[in-house]
Write a protein that binds this ligand. Structure first.
Ligand SMILES: [Zn+2]
Length: 314
């Protein structure tokens, strides 16, 4: 009887040990990123490296501004060697998590620290929130730093440096991945500049919230939109709608832009009132599940955006 119990105990212990090992995902160095851009730029550096693994917490296809971490997500952050997040108003949950876990063995990276930030802007015609004055006083940082390919280059360079430190023996491979990706970003940037410099218009109208300030400023595009950066509003007042409709008519704008994963209501209303068409400009907050599974990259997304710009600006 004693022997049987001993055997059962040994089996149980070995089961627990193998179980644990399985959970640790083959001992790879783990990088955890919150949303698509923080995931994508780290993924580009790591690419097919066999010692490092990058995971995104946000589920593909889901709304990034209302993300809440699950206990499993917190475990992933705890077990990671690098944790990357944007650091804006959508990420306020991160501070609580980071203060409750041991971060001494981790590199913590905020995208907003890797580039020069701008504050969120309430431009003429944009729907303001009720406490408009509060909003202006606070000078909220516009968190959508990744929407400019020039910022993307800066972010990839920094991440490359940090990821090298995680696995020095892979430095050469990681550096070459990063430099290939940066080359692609540079040609995207050139193409955008050439499209815009040869286009009839330098103005876009967005029937949606406006996360494109870094993009628009980088390429000197003028813009009008229904709401500022990360606004949770989806209903525009008749004042906002008529402002945008008038702008479209005055400036003879051919295309109304809407953002990815949006209900398109405002853009559709403006388009039907002005006999124009709606096209999607993808700000890469998150990615559709099918695109994620296909391995669609930020470069692919920007190539689609360039096609959209060609129509919208001509
Ligand atoms: Zn946003």
């Amino acid at each position: 009887m004693k022997r049987i119990i001993t055997i059962i105990l040994i089996l149980l212990v070995s089961f627990i040990i193998t179980g644990c090992n399985k959970n640790e995902d083959n001992n790879k160095i783990s990088i955890i990123a919150t949303n698509y851009p923080s995931y994508e730029f780290a993924r580009a550096v790591v690419n097919n490296n066999s010692n490092i693994e990058v995971k995104m917490l946000l589920k593909p296809g889901s709304e990034s501004h209302t993300y809440e971490p699950t206990p499993k997500d917190i475990k992933l952050i705890e077990n990671s060697k690098m944790f990357i997040y944007v650091g804006g108003e959508s990420d306020t949950w991160v501070d609580d998590i980071l203060s409750s876990i041991d971060t001494s063995d981790k590199k913590i990276v905020r995208l907003i620290d890797l580039v020069e930030t701008k504050s969120e802007e309430l431009k003429e015609g944009m729907e303001s929130v009720e406490d408009e004055e509060d909003e202006i006083d606070e000078e909220e940082i516009d968190e959508h730093v990744w929407t400019s390919p020039i910022n993307a280059i800066k972010i990839v360079r920094k991440l490359n440096e940090y990821i090298d430190e995680l696995s020095i023996k892979d430095k050469e491979e990681l550096d070459s991945n990063a430099s290939n990706y940066i080359n692609e970003l540079e040609s995207i940037d050139k193409e955008i500049r050439s499209v815009i410099s040869s286009s009839k218009r330098k103005e876009i109208i967005i029937g949606d919230r406006f996360p494109l300030r870094y993009f628009a400023d980088e390429y000197s595009l003028d813009y009008y939109a229904a709401f500022p950066g990360c606004s949770e509003q989806t209903e525009a007042s008749s004042k906002t709608l008529s402002f945008l409709i008038n702008k479209v008519k005055e400036d003879n704008i051919p295309v109304i832009l809407k953002m990815e994963l949006s209900n398109s209501n405002i853009a559709n209303t403006i388009a039907s009132e002005t006999n124009t068409k709606v096209l999607e400009f993808n700000s890469a907050h998150n990615i559709k599940e099918s695109d994620f599974n296909k391995g669609i990259t930020y470069i692919d997304i920007m190539k689609e955006n360039i096609k959209v710009l060609k129509e919208a600006l001509n």
